[in-house]
Design a protein around this ligand. Sequence first.
Ligand SMILES: [Zn+2]
Length: 292
Amino acid sequence: MAERSHSYRTRAVILRRRKYSDADRILTVFTPRLGKRMLIAKGTRKTTSRKAGHLELFSHTNLLVAQARTWDIVTESETVEGFLQLRRDLDAISRAAYICELVDAFTAEDDEFEPLWDLLLLCLRELDAGSADMPESDLLLRWFELQLLGQMGFQPELFACLGCGEDLQPVENFLHLNAGGVFCPNCGRAMQGAEPINARTLKILRHLFRTRWDALRGLRIGPDTAQAVESVLQRYLTTTLERRLKSTDFIHRLRQTLPGRESGVAPSAKSAATDDSHGQPGPDPPYTGAKR
Ligand SMILES: [Zn+2]
C-alpha cells in the first residue's frame, strides 16, 4: 500500500502512444483537471497485459497513476468509453487522430484546462456516434478547430476590421493570416500578405465560431464554401502553431530542462489525507494527487 499514498486517480484520453522500451510505452494523455501529461504504461506492449486493452488511442479511461521521478506510471486503468464504433471506420479514426494531434499541439504539460477536455470528449463522442455522413464530420472538424483556437486565445478576428475597428460588412473583405484575422476592403485591399475572403466564407466561419455544436448539426455548406473554410482554417492553424511553437512551447521546454526543476515531489498532506478515494469506482473521481 505504501506506493498508493503517492498515487492519484484521473480520467484521461490517450492522445499519443510511443514505444519506450521492449514492454513499456509512453502515453501522452489529456485529463480534465491536470491538462496534458506524459505517463509510462508498463507492460502494455505485451499481448498478455491486462492493461493493454484499456490504453488504446483516443480511449477515455480512468487511470490510477503512481508518482515517480520522471514520468508518472499508470498502475491501473479501466475504460470509461472505448469509442468502438469510431474504431470501425477509417475516416472516423483519422478524424479522431487529427483532433488528438491538435489538442497535443496546442497544449503544454500540466496546463489544466477543463473546457478543452469537454470539447475533446464531445468531438470523440460525435465521431463515435457514427456520422458516416462525410459533410457533417468535416463540419465537426472545422467547428472543433475554431473552438480550439477560441479556447486557447488564438481566435481569428472575424467580426471587426483589424485596421480601423469597424464592423465587417457582408462584402469581399481581406484575410491576413499573420495579422490574425480580417480587414475591411478599405484597410486590406492594398495590404501586403492580405487575400480576399468572400462574404459567404466569412459568414460560415463566424457561424461556426459562435454556435454550439448541437445547433450546427445538419448544417449543409456548398462544396466550394466548405473547401474555402477548410483552407482558411488549415493555413490559420499552421501559422498560429508555428508562432506558438516558437514562443510558449519553447519556453515551457526550456523551463523543464533547467536544472533544479522539481520532479517527483511527494503529495501534500491534504492529498495524502484524501487518498482513500482510490477504492471507489465512479465516472469522475476527485483528483487527489499533488499538482506539480
Ligand atoms: Zn478597416
